[in-house]
Design a protein around this ligand. Structure first.
Ligand code: ACO
Length: 428
């Protein structure tokens, strides 16, 4: 028998098995605790609770390690393409050449939207946030593609995976075009995944759009770095919603909304708005950092801090370097980048941030790149969603293939009134 944990409740002692992961992570299995003792555990924000066993992504927050299917993020960032990484996450292994070609070709062939999506977009207000538009239109995919809704049918799941990866960039670009009043662009299937997205975002029917190789490479890299991050807020949403046996479109639509929040993926938009505020109000970096430390002020130093990384976020290191490279290659001078560097330098030496182990996260520098390549700030989180989609899908798939599959349903400790009699309305 392996290691066990003992828990003493009154005069009763219970043994709980210890589960050990492949990287030596230890977890106490409490799945029988309530049945054996009547007790549950309480862990607000789930900071100490594992919700599943997973073979997809490994993070060591103390050492700043991130690996997809065992492969370090640094190697993937350097050598792989986004669709290759998507395949790796979803199917578990790096694709052979013909597998990657088949996957890429299928994605390429599914980029177009059902023609009636025009009506869906027309119904959305012009100033709809692209994340709301993406969530709504991904949800609407379930109405347009009723032939791929059954999560128990592997061939239907496969079709919906390809549809989602192919169509989310088309939907996101269309949401943007709708918001600026420009005609939407059809996908151009001779372009690669990222090039096609750039063409739909920045092209227009009046002139030929040429994909810039530097921009395309930078965006592909950002998508890779965002592709999965184990049980974060939106991925846990994906699993929880998916556990109800809803179709894949419904679960992705929910995950997009979870990602939108400023404490999660929405931080990339919040960072650039913070940098713009510092620039426009003529504040110094020091003044802003002091403000972010004040408890009675709601503004945090956005793009700093992480639930898991307590040393550094390896994605932030790669993005910071890419940021300098891309701006340099594009010949862009960015005041935003200068402010970001200044903020980082101040915060990394400041006792408040040092004590709390707050480091730049993935969102701190990504917005500076998005900004430099001409992306409006309200689109930043939609780009994050395109990158994260393969991870959500991989996690959803793993959940459904898990022999211990169960609907996700946490318990609570009730703290409301004990039994109270109903009072008729004229006696209250
Ligand atoms: N600026 C100032 N103070 C901060 C920051 C920050 N960015 N982040 C955390 N703190 C402080 C908190 O006020 C708290 O201080 P206290 O102990 O004195 O009360 C302490 O650090 C711990 O913070 P928590 O919020 O408890 O840490 P948690 O792990 O729950 O939150 C989170 C992590 C949400 C990312 C947080 O650091 C944050 O709000 N950061 C800014 C938003 C952001 O960049 N989000 C993107 C994260 S990456 C992603 O999701 C893709």
């Amino acid at each position: 028998m392996g290691e066990v944990a003992e828990i003493r409740l009154g005069d009763k002692t219970i043994e709980l098995p210890v589960v050990v992961g492949s990287e030596g992570e230890h977890a106490i299995d409490i799945s029988k605790l309530r049945a054996q003792t009547g007790y549950i555990t309480l862990d607000p924000g789930y900071a100490n609770s594992g919700s599943c066993e997973s073979a997809i992504t490994f993070i060591n927050g103390e050492e700043g390690i991130l690996r997809y299917r065992g492969i370090p993020i640094e190697q993937l960032a350097d050598k792989a393409s986004f669709l290759e990484v998507a395949y790796l996450l979803i199917y578990g292994t790096l694709p052979k050449r013909e597998e990657l070609e088949g996957f890429t070709e299928s994605i390429r062939r599914h980029t177009m939207l059902h023609v009636d999506f025009t009506k869906v977009f027309t119904a959305l207000p012009k100033d709809a946030h692209p994340m709301a538009a993406c969530s709504a239109t991904v949800g609407a995919m379930a109405t347009f593609y009723p032939d791929s809704l059954d999560p128990r049918d592997p061939s239907q799941v496969e079709v919906s995976i390809h549809r989602l990866i192919a169509k989310l960039p088309t939907l996101a670009a269309r949401a943007y075009k709708h918001s600026v009043g420009q005609p939407s662009m059809y996908p151009k299937n001779e372009l690669n995944y990222v090039g096609n997205f750039l063409h739909m975002m920045f092209g227009n029917p009046c002139e030929e759009y040429e994909v810039d190789a530097v921009i395309s490479k930078a965006l592909d890299l950002l998508f890779i770095l965002h592709a999965d991050h184990e049980q974060n807020c939106s991925t846990s949403t994906m699993r929880l919603v998916g556990s109800s046996m809803v179709n894949l479109f419904g679960a992705v639509s929910a995950a997009i909304n979870a990602l939108w929040g400023p404490l999660h993926g929405g931080a990339n938009q919040a960072v650039i708005e913070m940098l713009a505020e510092i620039r426009d109000e003529g504040m110094t970096g020091r003044q802003f950092v002091e403000r972010a430390k004040t408890k009675d002020d709601t503004s945090r130093l956005m793009g700093f801090g992480h639930r898991v990384y307590k040393n550094f976020d390896p994605r932030a290191k790669i993005i910071k370097k890419a940021c300098f490279d891309v701006l340099n290659q594009l010949g862009v001078h960015s005041q935003m980048l200068e402010i970001a560097v200044e903020l980082e330098e101040i915060a990394l030496k400041d006792e408040y941030f040092v004590e709390r182990k707050l480091y730049p996260n993935v969102d701190f520098y990504s917005g500076v790149i998005y900004n430099a390549i001409g992306t409006p700030s309200n689109m930043f989180t939609a780009l994050f969603a395109i990158g994260r989609l393969p991870g959500w899908i991989a996690q959803w798939r793993e959940l459904h293939q898990d022999p211990t599959f169960k609907i996700g349903r946490p318990r609570q400790v009730y703290t409301g009134p004990t039994e109270t009699s109903f009072v008729p309305i004229d006696k209250r």
